[in-house]
Design a protein around this ligand. Structure first.
Ligand code: GLP
Length: 243
C-alpha cells in the first residue's frame, strides 16, 4: 500500500482530484468507482473546479457508485443519487446514462444487485475506485462480518453506522435499515483504489486497516491484499500510524 500524507482535508482533496484527473486525461473513457459520505465532498469540489477551468472532460467517462440506501426515492435529499447529482454530476459533462448507482428503490432488490454487478463487468471493470472508511472498518456499506467473497448485495446496516449517518437525517428513525452495496469482491476486482481518510476520529480505523490482521471482522483490512492501493490521509488521520 502506498500512503500519501496530506497536511489537511483540503490538501487530501486536491491530491485525490489530481490523481483522478490524470487517470481521465490518460484514458478518456475511464470507468470510475465513486463514494459518498463527507470525506469525498472536497474531492468533488476540486473536480468541478478543474472541469470549469477546462482541465478535464467526463464526456466519455462512466461512473459506478459504491452503494445506495434501500427505500429512498431518487428525489429524497438523503439518497446517494441525490447527493451525487447535487455535489458532482449536475456540474460536469458526464452523460446521464453513464452515471450508475444501485437502485435502492427497485421492486426486486436481488435482481437489482445482479444487474448492477453485471453492468460493472460490461463496462470493462472499474479503473479507479474512490473509497472512504467507516469507523467500524466498513467500506461501501460492507459491515463487519461480511464475507470477503461477496459481490453486490443487500445489507442490514449496523446500529453504529446508522448512528454515524444520523447526522444527515432529521432523526435516527429516518435512517434506512438497509442498503445495496458493491461487495468486497467487487471492490477487490477494481484495478486501482484511492482511499481517503481525514480527521482524528478515523485514526484508529486507519491504523487497523494498515497494520491489523486481515479479517472479515474489519472489512477494510482486505485492502492489504489489493495490488494497487493508494491511501491519501491527512495528518490527523495518520496520528496512530506514525506512533
Ligand atoms: C458511509 C458510506 C461509505 C463511507 C463511510 C464514511 O456510510 N456508505 O461509503 O465511506 O460511511 O463516511 P464519512 O466519509 O462521512 O465518514
Amino acid at each position: 500500500m502506498n500512503i500519501i500524507q496530506a497536511e489537511n482535508y483540503q490538501q487530501m482533496s486536491e491530491l485525490a482530484a489530481k490523481k483522478l484527473i490524470e487517470q481521465i486525461n490518460s484514458k478518456s473513457d475511464s470507468v470510475l468507482g465513486l463514494a459518498t459520505g463527507s470525506t469525498p465532498e472536497g474531492l468533488y469540489e476540486e473536480i468541478i473546479k478543474a472541469h470549469k477551468e477546462g482541465n478535464v472532460s467526463f464526456k466519455d467517462v462512466t461512473t459506478f457508485n459504491l452503494d445506495e440506501y434501500v427505500g429512498l426515492s431518487k428525489d429524497n435529499d438523503q439518497s446517494y443519487y441525490y447527493y451525487m447529482h447535487k455535489l458532482l454530476f449536475d456540474h460536469i459533462d458526464l452523460k446521464d446514462n453513464q452515471a450508475n448507482l444501485p437502485n435502492g428503490d427497485a421492486e426486486d432488490l436481488q435482481e437489482e444487485c445482479s444487474r448492477y454487478e453485471a453492468s460493472i463487468q460490461q463496462a470493462g471493470g472499474i479503473d479507479i475506485q474512490i473509497l472512504g472508511i467507516g469507523l467500524n472498518g466498513h467500506i461501501g456499506f460492507n459491515e463487519p462480518g461480511t464475507p470477503f467473497s461477496i459481490q453486490t448485495h443487500i445489507v442490514d446496516l449496523d446500529a453504529s453506522t446508522r448512528n454515524a449517518n444520523a447526522r444527515f437525517f432529521d432523526s435516527i428513525d429516518e435512517v434506512p435499515l438497509q442498503a445495496i452495496t458493491m461487495g468486497i469482491d467487487s471492490i477487490m476486482q477494481t484495478k486501482q483504489i484511492i482511499l481517503l481518510v481525514s480527521g482524528s476520529k478515523k485514526a484508529e480505523a486507519l491504523e487497523k486497516l494498515v497494520n491489523g490482521p486481515v479479517t472479515e471482522d474489519f472489512p477494510a483490512s482486505i485492502l492489504q491484499k489489493h495490488p494497487n492501493v493508494t491511501i491519501i490521509a491527512d495528518r490527523e488521520a495518520l496520528a496512530e500510524l506514525s506512533q
